[in-house]
Write a protein that binds this ligand. Structure first.
Ligand code: C2E
Ligand code: CA
Ligand code: CA
Ligand code: CA
Length: 276
């Protein structure tokens, strides 16, 4: 009993209680933010090194918390996943992205394909694909206006059902990228049978280029062999660009070209004609 008691005390000390409370507050605030649709979406341009043009963008959620200020998704996405709030969150993101795309297209601009991140909980919802297709129609958009980023980890988990959904998305023109590629241990044979368009080389490899040169070049040649596009994320330096060019990687995304920017700023980029 004594031992249990001391253990018990250790587990439920003040800071743990405080942590649990903070998490509950944050969860409540996040639920409210989703209900009120007060989340924001930033856009990070993707570049083609050969044509020097913006070829797409990635939509990244931001939360301007009333008390804690601007929060990074790293501070609330896992909480949203644990609490199933992620579905509502990503539907708000989807709506905001579609609103922007609709407004830009209506005013004569030509936004390149925008990717949205979809977590496995959302992707595995039975109605994920029909919901997405329905929303595209609501905003007068086509499948070819968007791309869905799923992570390597979640395709390893799901198997046959995943591929059925990926095929349905590609049938309406939505492209599929496998995010954080290289970190999830998927085998080559697995990729061959998977209905995807593009691999995103994880930024952890790029930021430590010299230690990961073999992995990076393997992913690039693998994608060539499988007829997939490949994009490097987290590109920050001129040297990384040079190394990627040497390896024939054409698509890049990263702070070197642009940080994620607010919708109004991305619109300026569209108005300027998309060259950096
Ligand atoms: P991610 O999908 O891998 O997105 C790329 C992250 O890398 C973004 O962080 C972006 O700001 C950052 N990044 C881009 N270029 C560079 C660079 O050159 N250097 C460095 N160090 N970082 C760079 P962010 O916006 O903080 O998002 C973090 C993660 O949060 C995302 O990683 C994604 O997994 C998740 N996330 C964001 N929005 C959503 C969403 O709507 N749904 C889900 N499920 N996850 C989201
Ligand atoms: Ca992503
Ligand atoms: Ca509808
Ligand atoms: Ca990534």
């Amino acid at each position: 009993v004594k031992e249990y008691g001391s253990n018990h005390y250790k587990i439920f000390d003040k800071s743990m209680i405080q942590q649990t409370k903070n998490k509950m507050y944050l969860e409540n605030d996040l639920r409210k933010a989703i209900e009120q649709e007060s989340l924001t979406v930033y856009f990070q341009p993707k570049y083609n090194l050969r044509t020097k043009e913006v070829i797409g963008s990635e939509a990244l959620v931001r939360w301007d918390h009333p008390k804690h200020g601007f929060l990074s998704p790293l501070e609330f996405i896992s909480l949203a996943e644990e609490t199933n709030l992620i579905v509502g969150l990503e539907r708000v993101v989807m709506k905001k992205v579609f609103q922007s795309l609709q407004a830009w297209k209506t005013s004569g601009l030509k936004p390149p394909r925008t990717s949205i991140n979809v977590s496995f909980i959302h992707f595995y919802q039975e109605d994920f694909v029909p919901y997405l297709i329905d929303k595209l129609a609501d905003f007068g958009l086509k499948g070819s206006d968007i791309e869905v980023e799923i992570t390597e980890r979640m395709i390893v988990k799901g198997q046959a059902d995943v591929n059925k959904k990926l095929k349905a998305l590609r049938e309406v023109g939505v492209e599929i990228s496998v995010d954080d590629f290289g970190t999830g241990y998927s085998s080559l044979s697995y990729l061959v049978n998977l209905s995807v368009d593009r691999l995103k080389i994880d930024k952890s490899f790029i930021s430590n280029f010299n230690d990961n040169k073999e992995i990076i070049s393997t992913i690039i040649s693998m994608s060539k062999n499988l007829n997939l596009s490949v994009i490097a994320e987290g590109v920050e330096t001129e040297e990384q660009i040079r190394l990627l060019e040497d390896l024939q990687c054409v698509e890049v995304q990263g702070f070197y070209y642009s940080r994620p920017i607010a919708g109004e700023d991305f619109q300026l980029l569209l108005e300027r004609g998309l060259t950096p």
